[in-house]
Design a protein around this ligand. Structure first.
Ligand code: SIN
Length: 280
């Protein structure tokens, strides 16, 4: 069998078949890497993987990212179980648009999500293309923000206060709120992708809380304009899951949002991240 790549019409997203992720050779690793960089969100149907195999697949592409604020799986410090029980009442984990851990000094380059239990309806994941968002931004707004830096923080979901107000206690996943979530990290609003050199509009509604050297109310207006542009339907791919499907996305240019719509049903995903570089 040979690797087959079926790219989406707009080149944002591609399905990859014809390879077995538990048993990749170096040439296949290179092809997967190239597809990930080219299409930003790549998915592989029918890939049953043990925990060890998921870790091994991840390690083909670099070292693991650092997972804060969520308890990892027992015995597997690099795997998070993204789980929602049938009787859970609060919105799913990751149900607002975000780039993973963008409040870190070096946020992950990739996130890998593997479907263990998929509900019979709902539970999609939506992805937004930050490269096209940058390229289509109104030129005057683009000039205005070109050299600005955004402030990122984990405080909304992961401070003790945020944990209480977002209903963290009602989650089946173990969230580990901390005072460290109040720390801030500045990143450029427009980052340059370190491998493709393409520019990316890189702000997200969960973790981007302000703009450096700008009053909060003014920053809020600019950020709201940017969020609504980034998240318009034309840049969004709505992914439907199947059991044993694995998806790998470029966290340096993509933001994502977990969807609900499956109350009364179990959904379980296993997630790893790859360490990234400081955005510039
Ligand atoms: C996440 O934000 O990493 C979770 C996405 C999902 O469960 O669909």
């Amino acid at each position: 069998m040979r690797l087959q790549v079926a790219a989406h019409e707009n080149d944002f997203g591609a399905s990859l078949t014809g390879i077995q992720l538990s048993d990749l050779n170096q040439e296949q690793v290179q092809s997967v890497r190239e597809a990930w960089l080219q299409y930003q969100v790549i998915y592989f149907p029918q890939q049953p993987l043990s925990h060890e195999e998921l870790q091994h697949f991840t390690s083909h592409f670099g070292s693991f990212g650092v997972e804060p604020y969520v308890k990892a799986m027992d015995g597997y410090q690099n795997i998070l179980e993204v789980r929602r029980n049938p009787d859970e009442q609060i919105p799913p984990f990751g149900a607002s648009w975000h780039s993973d851990w963008s409040f870190q000094a070096s946020p992950p380059s990739a996130t890998i999500l593997h479907a263990k239990v998929v509900p019979p309806l709902g539970g999609d994941t939506h992805y937004a293309d930050g490269i096209r968002a940058y390229e289509t931004l109104d030129p005057s707004l683009r000039n205005e923000i070109e050299d600005m830096w955004a402030i990122h923080s984990a405080r909304r979901p992961y401070s003790h206060e945020g944990f209480e107000t977002t209903g963290g206690r009602g989650r089946s996943m173990t969230i580990l709120p901390s005072d460290s979530a109040w720390e801030t990290q500045a990143h450029p609003i427009v980052r340059t992708h370190p491998e493709s050199g393409r520019k990316v509009l890189w702000v997200n509604p969960v973790y981007t809380i302000g703009i450096r050297d700008m009053a909060d109310d003014e920053a809020e207006l600019v950020l709201q304009k940017l969020f609504s542009h980034c998240l318009t339907d034309q840049f969004v791919y709505k992914h439907k899951w199947q059991k044993d499907m694995l998806i790998m996305w470029d966290n340096r240019s993509v933001q994502h949002c977990a969807q609900g719509g499956y109350d009364g049903h179990l959904r379980v995903m296993h997630r790893t991240t790859l360490a990234g570089d400081p955005p510039h």
